[in-house]
Design a protein around this ligand. Structure first.
Ligand SMILES: [Zn+2]
Ligand SMILES: [Zn+2]
Length: 273
């Protein structure tokens, strides 16, 4: 029998948390994904949703966690200082990032956000955490999971991931703006034939011209890319904080009618890959 390969959304928002009456159903927490592959735990990004994820993880018995960062904008790292396993020396939380263009590294960024006068607790208190840096294009094994990476088009850089486990595959492409021919071609090859693709659908095609250079894409582009690359299930992700539940319902109906199986990410939802 095939072992579990699943993805759970703990945060689906981009830019900043968006709690409130208009975001109750799709959720207001920022980027945080939990992937289970057999008994392995792999997380992607550590946005505000990671606070609740950490509270759940400490109830289990898996103490080895790999945390892959797409990049280090605040909406993707703001949950780390509130992620319970990170403070516990009985955990081994390995943090990975590959978007840095200069000599900066993940530890530098964490030290910056966890220092006075921004934050009361210092980064040295993260007893369970270690940091690894890679170069986009690198690939490696995490246990039985193959991890592949690619460069995305985003201010300051970002990396996409493709995880393969027992013949099934998941791609995470956020934060990314389409329109650079070289990067677009590389991303298309990177997600070719993938089973599930989580994609930056911050904007619509109609909105994008006002936000060129901000580093995000559209749900229409997610579907165009899925058609070209034979992606089975595209999932719209990194919702604009201003996008209401009703608007996301409308986008959900539209994507499903154009690409059967395509969905809009919902906080709390689990997808079996
Ligand atoms: Zn973001
Ligand atoms: Zn970003």
């Amino acid at each position: 029998m095939a072992r579990e390969f699943s993805l759970r959304f703990w945060g689906v928002r981009g830019s900043t948390p968006a709690p409130g009456a208009e975001t109750l159903r799709y959720g207001g927490e920022t980027t945080s994904l939990e992937i289970r592959a057999g008994d392995q735990v792999i997380l992607i990004d550590c946005g505000s949703g990671a606070r609740n994820l950490g509270r759940e993880l400490v109830k289990g018995d898996q103490h080895k966690i790999d945390l892959l960062f797409t990049h280090t904008h605040l909406d993707h790292i703001c949950g780390l200082p509130f992620f319970q396993p990170a403070y516990d020396a009985s955990y081994e939380v390995r943090c990975w990032a590959g978007h840095f263009k200069d000599r900066c590294c993940l530890l530098d960024v964490v030290c910056r956000i966890m220092s006075p006068p921004i934050f009361p607790v210092a980064a040295e208190t993260l007893k369970g955490v270690s940091f690894e840096t890679y170069v986009p294009g690198d690939e490696w094994m995490l246990g039985d999971v193959k991890v592949e990476t690619t460069r995305l088009n985003h201010p300051g850089g970002a990396c996409g991931y493709r995880l393969t486990f027992e013949g099934r595959s998941l791609a995470v492409i956020t934060d990314h703006e389409h329109g650079d021919p070289e990067i677009d071609a590389a991303v298309e090859a990177f997600v070719k034939d993938v089973d599930v693709m989580i994609y930056d659908a911050t904007y619509t095609d109609e909105e994008l011209p006002r936000y060129v250079g901000w580093g995000h894409s559209t749900w229409q582009e997610a579907l165009r890319l899925s058609k070209k690359a034979n992606v089975k299930r595209p999932v719209m992700f990194h919702h604009d904080p201003a996008r209401t539940d009703d608007q996301l319902d409308a986008i959900s109906a539209e994507v499903e009618s154009r690409h059967p199986g395509a969905t809009v990410a919902v906080q709390g939802e689990t997808i079996l890959i």
